[in-house]
Write a protein that binds this ligand. Structure first.
Ligand SMILES: Cc1cc2nc3c(=O)[nH]c(=O)nc-3n(C[C@H](O)[C@H](O)[C@H](O)COP(=O)(O)OP(=O)(O)OC[C@H]3O[C@@H](n4cnc5c(N)ncnc54)[C@H](O)[C@@H]3O)c2cc1C
Length: 466
């Protein structure tokens, strides 16, 4: 308590009073992210910086006194990444929300980290430009949070994820110094690639205060298609068939009948419920290209004897399907007491085995597992669904999580495709990386953050004792 009062008092002296929150009810709002099931602890104080200089002053203060600092965007993370488990200061970045420049000639935007992704996408689309990364939380999550987690979404199959669009960063390091990595050029080969080391570093190496993001021309035409499949295995095989035949949809989502049933509650034009699994796809590009590619995909679907292939002609109807897909996780959150969104990624040709293995885990543990996700890039999210939270269901959920993760690794995949490690996956990271790689990463962390004040306790389970 005394520590809290001292930190808040010092910060009030350091910055304008309206940039600091110190009351218990305000601090409590920063104790969790969207997961809500990790041990929660309020920070000792919250700072709402408005400039890089504000961030630098806070970091210099925290560094001198070895106070933990946790950067936070919108708190929509699904790995416990922005939760201040060791107390200290939370830097809420949402006031740094300016789109500084959209450069139409160089196809580069300069942004502050608190810009909400959907606002940014709308701003660039007004200029007939395109920023593809599309985490489903886009109406809330910030570009800073996206960069810090290498967020992605359905468009990953054709366009990749956030990391593919970061050209340069302004970052405040733990001691308060400011560096500018990369630049605004598409090519850059000067020393170690610090831009992409900091991208995905989950707030453990520094605070992102500005970013240069690559833009693309906006594709002039789009078409949504739905393939209704007899079984989940057929839908999974269809994904590999579509990609291996050279068709690359802009979005390619895998959904089970149960997911479609939930989406239908919110849809005026309901999707058919005749299949056990579905692919929701979007094809984009020049109009002729969209026509050719959607025809090719329809032919592949027919060849695989799927139950129905529907091309959605009405754009508003198509948009409503994607909106319903975007809301699937919140719908599950409203129905179940606990929803644990796993994030494994497997090579695309292993999706059929993944689907089969998830079914076996669900049956053998007697626990419902939702399965929906970005099948086009192998990042299907198995979701552990708990109707009740008690000792028995928690034990089963933990077993399910471990088996899901081990299955992903056995199939040659990764334990996280886009959510990051945070707290959620820290106990499993060594399974994927091995000790030597972790030691290399820890020595990088030590070099940049010798006092271990940046978002302590994340990524690795053990941390310098703060
Ligand atoms: C309904 C729902 C759907 C989702 N769908 C997707 C999806 O499709 N794809 C996906 O990738 N994710 C998804 N997410 C997870 C989440 O939205 C993303 O991880 C997002 O990138 C987090 O952004 P944020 O601004 O909320 O960051 P936060 O949750 O606030 O923080 C996330 C991490 O970034 C760090 N951080 C934040 N800002 C900065 C900064 N300026 N400098 C340094 N570090 C920083 C934090 O310390 C933390 O480690 C979903 C979440 C929800 C609730």
């Amino acid at each position: 308590m005394a520590k809290n009062k001292n930190i808040a008092r010092d910060l009030f002296r350091l910055l304008n009073a309206d940039k600091v929150l110190a009351e218990p009810e305000d601090r409590l709002c920063y104790a969790a992210d969207a997961t809500r099931y990790f041990a929660q602890r309020s920070p000792d104080a919250v700072v709402l910086p408005e400039t890089t200089e504000d961030v630098s002053r806070v970091m210099k203060y925290a560094f001198a006194r070895t106070i933990p600092v946790t950067p936070r965007g919108a708190g929509s993370g699904l790995s416990g990444g922005c939760t201040p488990i060791k107390g200290g200061i939370v830097l809420d970045m949402k006031r740094m929300n300016r789109i500084v420049e959209i450069n139409l000639t160089n196809l580069v935007a300069q942004v502050e980290p608190g810009v909400v992704l959907a606002h940014f996408q709308r701003a660039v689309e007004k200029e007939k430009l395109f920023y593809p990364p599309d985490p489903q939380s886009m109406d809330v999550c910030t570009l800073g949070g996206n960069i810090a987690t290498r967020a992605g979404g359905p468009r990953g199959v054709k366009y990749g994820a956030t990391g593919n669009y970061v050209l340069g960063l302004e970052v405040v390091l733990p001691d308060g110094s400011v560096i500018n990595t990369g630049g605004t050029c598409v090519k850059h080969s000067v020393g170690y690639d610090l831009t992409h080391l900091l991208t995905g570093s989950e707030g453990t190496l520094g605070v992102i205060t500005r970013a240069n993001l690559r833009l693309l021309p906006l594709p002039p035409a789009r078409k949504t298609m739905v393939a209704v499949c007899e079984t989940p295995e057929q839908a999974a095989s269809l994904v590999t068939e579509i990609i291996s035949q050279g068709a690359v949809p802009a979005r390619l989502e895998f959904l089970l009948k149960s997911g479609i049933g939930l989406m239908n509650v919110y849809l005026a034009n309901r999707l058919p419920m005749t299949g056990e699994a579905y692919l929701l796809m979007e094809i984009d590009g020049l109009p002729a290209q969209v026509r050719e590619e959607s025809g090719r995909i329809a032919a592949i679907c027919a060849g695989m004897k799927v139950l129905e292939t529907r091309v959605v002609e009405d754009d508003k109807e198509a948009e409503s399907y994607w909106r319903a897909r975007q809301n699937l996780n919140p719908i599950l959150q409203a129905i179940f007491k606990r929803v644990i969104s796993e994030d494994i990624t497997v090579p695309r040709d292993k999706i059929p085995q993944l689907v089969q293995a998830m079914h076996e885990i669900s049956v053998s543990l007697g626990i419902p597992l939702g399965l929906a996700g970005h099948a086009g890039d192998g990042n299907i999210h198995p979701t552990v669904l708990l109707a009740q939270v008690n000792e028995e269901t928690e034990k089963k959920a933990a077993q399910a999580v471990e088996r899901i993760i081990r299955t992903g690794l056995k199939l040659g995949g990764a334990i996280s495709g886009e959510h990051g490690i945070g707290l959620h996956k820290s106990e499993f990271i060594e399974l994927e990386l091995g000790r030597t790689q972790i030691e290399v990463m820890k020595s990088i962390k030590k070099a940049i953050d010798p006092k271990g004040i940046m978002n302590p306790g994340k990524i690795w389970m053990e941390e310098a004792g703060l």
